[in-house]
Design a protein around this ligand. Sequence first.
Ligand code: UDP
Ligand code: MG
Length: 334
Amino acid sequence: MTAQAIPAPFMSIVVPCFNEQTVLPETARRLMSLLESLVETNVVAKESNIYFVDDGSTDDTWHIIEGLSTTSPRVHGIKLSRNRGHQNALLAGLFNAHGDVVVTIDADLQDDPDAILAMVRAYRDGSHIVYGVRKRRTLDSPFKRWTAIYYYRMLSWMGVEVVFNHADYRLMSRTAIDALREYNEINLFLRGIVPQLGFSSSIVEYDRGKRFAGESKYPLKAMLGLAAQGVTSFSTAPLRVITILGLLVSIGSCGFTAWALIARFFTHNVVPGWASTVVPIYFLGGIQLLCIGVLGEYLSKTYMETKRRPRFIVEKKIGKFHSTTPADPDRNDP
Ligand code: UDP
Ligand code: MG
């Protein structure tokens, strides 16, 4: 397909924001000027716009969004009723934004906005999903870099399909977003779900910069939570590992029992040993607790899923929004 085959799409940019008052004015300025130039050069349709999703911020984020929406008709705002986390904020934006394509980007300007041009081109060349992939991780701490590498490796070993070095900077077509609506899971890990959707996809590389201002909203605890989510919502490999471990330990203990019996009945040098009694107790106790923990992890996910609680609640909206009802006059799909 050539670039001309698909006309300039109506694009929305979705920006999740959690306590981003220090970066938001600059992010808005950068995104608006980019959008204007994309409209002028006829890369995207003239009605294209930006949606800021306030994920329950406690600072001035929402007021800034309100201010931006009064000064520019391109800016829309969605305020969630409380902090629901990055993944749910992205979902709220994706499901409410108008447009033929929606690009999700972080608020802190770490994702280079200029890559959006290449993303739209890839869409016009026929991709329904375009992944923003960071070229290198030189700006990350060695800890973050190495844990990320081994985490991605572990995921692929467990059969979870993820795009290496891709976070949540991506373009999705309306068709792909509609498919995403069918995935109702509470334990949301978009990086795992999106590749599962299928459709033609491509990659756009970009340099990931430093956070423009403010602090990371992903402390180690949240990072570990998301990492665990990635495993438990896509793979049952840990449960299989438990079974294999249990099997190996059982075989080992059979061997140990046989050895003890032989020693007891056929040799004379049996000294009732403290170590041989205590070591298996600690060892087996540890393994059992670990296995119960892994089982509990899956059980808790199942428990949360069965409740079918809403993933986000919208408190307020400013601007125009996408509706799933075809009869809605506001609906503006291709
Ligand atoms: N974010 C959010 N809700 C949260 C945490 C983060 O919407 O509970 C947003 C945040 O405002 C930013 C993006 O998610 O736009 C990525 O967060 P951050 O830059 O802090 O993560 P890092 O880049 O440090 O991994
Ligand atoms: Mg960041």
